[in-house]
Design a protein around this ligand. Structure first.
Ligand code: HXC
Ligand code: NAP
Length: 269
């Protein structure tokens, strides 16, 4: 089975727009930042590690785009608010927010510490609220689009993932509530829920070593997804093509969630 890769053409679909991406320094968030920049948006990257942000921003600049970086922990509301304001100062506006920052690890619920559970909720769910809350007043000026990256664990019971599952389910519910409250201002709020995506930190944590190949065979489409394929979903939601879509979750999972816990059951041994 071959992996689909997408040629990214530069376009002006998002010209004049400004976007902010949390977790934009690596993995799926970096891919999304590069894609939005290639379609003409100016992008702001948030994450804790300046080095990762700089690497991604440099790649965007080398490809002809515009990127600014803000070393920020999404758990710190004041820092997120400052980064949002810095973005608006630099680019004059804010149109698109992508929440990709997250933390995850495999841990049985019976031994996961209260602080381990709280840490993942803080990064994923509270971090997403913080960013949406700080961005809203700027998005509402001309209308805008928020996309949060969740995961199939939001809906599907998954072993060793109660912390991440609860956090992502919380984001999906938050998304529906914000979509309803903010619809009249022209701010759309959606989530993209990827299944296993190749060449990412997430998959190296969830399917370490030998598990990678056996896990892949159990995905209905018989392969992992690509970062490009997640970017396509985000592009749909933030572009005029998605103008009538709000409060929804778009699964990009190769059919994985059709199997329930499916491939993840191997984690139970
Ligand atoms: C059990 C763990 C643990 C582990 C940390 N903890 N790692 N518990 N198993 N493997 C516990 C610690 O013991 C501690 O609790 C608490 O979590 C906080 O740990 P810290 O290291 O102090 O937290 P922090 O420095 O804030 O780091 C957050 C982190 C870290 C989530 C623990 O891994 C991180 O920074 N991750 C960011 C990158 C990442 O995870 N990327 C993957 C996202 S992918 P105690 O009680 O000891 O104080 C993803 C995939 C989704 O989400 C689904 C795919 C299908
Ligand atoms: P990743 O490269 O580790 O991306 C997570 C990013 O979040 C990192 O850049 C990290 O940078 C940042 N981050 C973590 N904690 C933060 C904090 N407190 N404040 C600010 N930034 C923080 O992993 P990924 O696999 O690409 O995951 C990206 C997103 O996709 C996540 O939301 C994940 O849950 C979701 N997802 C991934 C998969 C997959 O197969 N990989 C599947 C489903 C969903 P710093 O550590 O420098 O802060």
């Amino acid at each position: 089975m071959t992996t689909t890769t997408t040629s990214v053409f530069r376009s002006d679909l998002l010209a004049g727009k400004a976007a902010l991406i949390t977790g934009g320094g690596s993995g799926i968030g970096a891919g999304i930042a590069k894609r939005l920049a290639a379609q003409g948006a100016k992008v702001a990257l948030l994450g804790r590690t300046q080095e990762k942000l700089t690497t991604t921003a440099d790649a965007i600049a080398a490809a002809g785009g515009t990127a600014k970086t803000f070393a920020t922990d999404v758990r710190d509301y004041a820092a997120v608010d400052a980064a949002v304001r810095g973005t608006v100062e630099a680019f004059g506006r804010l149109d698109i927010v992508v929440n990709s920052a997250a933390g995850n690890f495999l841990a049985p619920a019976a031994t996961l510490s209260a602080n381990g559970f709280r840490t993942v909720i803080d990064i994923d769910l509270c971090g997403t609220f913080n960013t949406c809350r700080a961005a809203f007043e700027h998005l509402a000026k001309q209308g805008g689009s928020i996309v949060s990256i969740t995961a199939t664990q939001a809906e599907v019971a998954t072993p060793l993932q109660c912390h991440a599952g609860a956090a992502k389910a919380g984001i999906e519910k938050l998304t529906r509530d914000l979509a309803l409250e903010w619809a009249r201002t022209g701010v759309r709020v959606n989530t993209v829920a990827p299944g296993p995506i190749d060449d990412t930190e997430g998959m190296s944590r969830l399917a370490p070593g030998d598990m990678k190949e056996s896990f892949k065979k159990r995905v209905p489409l018989q392969r992992y997804g690509t970062i490009d394929e997640v970017c396509e979903a985000v592009m749909f939601l933030v572009s005029p093509a998605g103008a009538y879509v709000t409060g929804t979750t778009l699964l990009i999972d190769g059919g994985t969630s059709l199997l329930g816990a499916g491939p993840f059951l191997e984690l139970m041994g």
